[in-house]
Design a protein around this ligand. Structure first.
Ligand code: MG
Length: 384
């Protein structure tokens, strides 16, 4: 493989697995970035020898520079550095796996410079779906989904006529609290919420999986990636995370993609598309699983999921508002400032407290983002 790659968020769970895939298939890594993990970023930089790296946290900039002072690697920092990496002329494809809204601007910059995108940053499409998709179309760049569900749908669309698609079936593991009711969730602790049954992931997405906000964000992401109406998306709880999603065509034939729950499969498909080569993971043995189960989600208990779906139906800035409110609420939960169930209450309250705002550019997204965060911080402060 002589593809060249830049990886944004290389020290996170997706980032480290992406580097494993690059190493296995000999993809050249041209740039790396991390939020604040200088030690791991240094190790990665020494191993993969990129042209430049970016440490997002400006307070770590001088430390990062001295760590790599004996190498020829250029060290950048902050959002400017992230955008420089995203538009690096030497890279063919940008894998964006940064956490949160921070990922939106680098995605737009990469698309503007004609890079194909392997997208693991959900917020890019949740908050800026319309902007991102229209820019990608204008620039003729491809967006390859890295999320396992969206990769599954993308794989099920190969070789078929997109205009004959009737709906998609987005599977959800249900998270650690599947089967519990709203009252049961009152006593949930941070340690409970950080235990995911099938996937090992970063803290933000693990909490989002426990609240089912993750599935709500994926619902919005799917709408933009595959140009669907909300009523063409069905969510099904599938505890084993083996069927990664499915699509239904007009003849009611349903095609699904299956595999072990390991992100390296969708990462590799996005980076190597359309090639398929042995992946550094296990093979699926259906008989080891024996049975696969499918159930309806509980929209009453998991308020974040309902709020996210309502937000995309309402349109405008609502998806961005619920996403930003969720980011702030999860941060507060991880800081022990609020209880688990308050995350859902806060995210739902955003819909009632904001009038419809339209998004016509990046500044509108950032304005909605600021307003949602301010609203959440004020409501947490006033509840204390
Ligand atoms: Mg997913």
């Amino acid at each position: 493989m002589n593809k060249t790659v830049s990886i944004l968020g290389s020290t996170g769970s997706i980032g480290t697995q992406s580097l494993e895939v690059c190493e296995k298939h000999g993809l050249k890594v041209k740039a790396l970035s991390a939020n604040s993990n200088t030690e791991l970023l240094e190790q990665q930089a020494r191993k993969f020898e990129p042209e430049c790296i970016c440490i997002y946290s400006e307070s770590k900039f001088s430390e990062m520079k001295s760590r790599l002072a004996d190498t020829g690697i250029k060290v950048l920092c902050g959002m400017d550095g992230l955008c420089e990496i995203a538009s690096l002329p030497q890279s063919d494809i940008v894998l964006n796996s940064v956490v949160g809204m921070v990922g939106l601007l680098p995605t737009l910059v990469a698309i503007n410079s004609g890079k194909d995108i392997a997208l693991a940053n959900k917020e890019t499409l949740v908050a800026g779906g319309e902007l991102v998709m229209s820019l990608a179309q204008k620039k003729g760049v491809k967006i390859y989904p890295v999320d396992s569900e969206h990769s599954a749908i993308f794989q099920c669309l190969q070789g078929n006529n997109r205009s004959q698609l009737s709906k998609i079936i987005l599977t959800a593991s249900g998270g650690p609290f599947f089967g519990k009711n709203y009252d049961d969730l009152r006593s949930v602790t941070k340690a409970d919420a950080l235990k995911h049954p099938n996937w090992s992931m970063g803290n933000k997405i693990t909490i989002d999986s426990a609240t089912l906000m993750n599935k709500g964000l994926e619902f919005i992401e799917a709408k933009w990636l595959f140009d669907l109406e909300p009523d063409q998306i069905e969510i099904v709880v599938h505890r084993q995370s083996v069927v990664h999603s499915a699509v239904e065509y007009n003849d009611y034939s349903v095609i699904a993609q299956l595999g072990v729950p390991d992100m390296k499969i969708p990462i590799q498909y996005a980076l190597l598309y359309p090639e398929r080569m042995p992946c550094p993971t296990e093979r699926l043995s259906l008989t080891d699983y024996g049975s696969l189960t499918f159930e309806k989600p509980d929209y009453e208990t998991f308020k974040c999921l309902t709020a996210a779906i309502d937000a995309i139906k309402l349109g405008g800035a609502y998806p961005c508002l619920v996403n930003s409110a969720n980011e702030e609420a999860v941060k507060a939960f991880l800081n022990d400032e609020i209880k688990f169930i308050q995350i859902g209450e806060i995210v739902s309250s955003i819909l009632k407290n904001f009038k419809r705002l339209n998004i016509s550019g990046y500044d509108d997204v950032m304005k909605a983002d600021r307003q949602a965060r301010e609203f959440v911080r004020n409501s947490i402060a006033s509840a204390k």
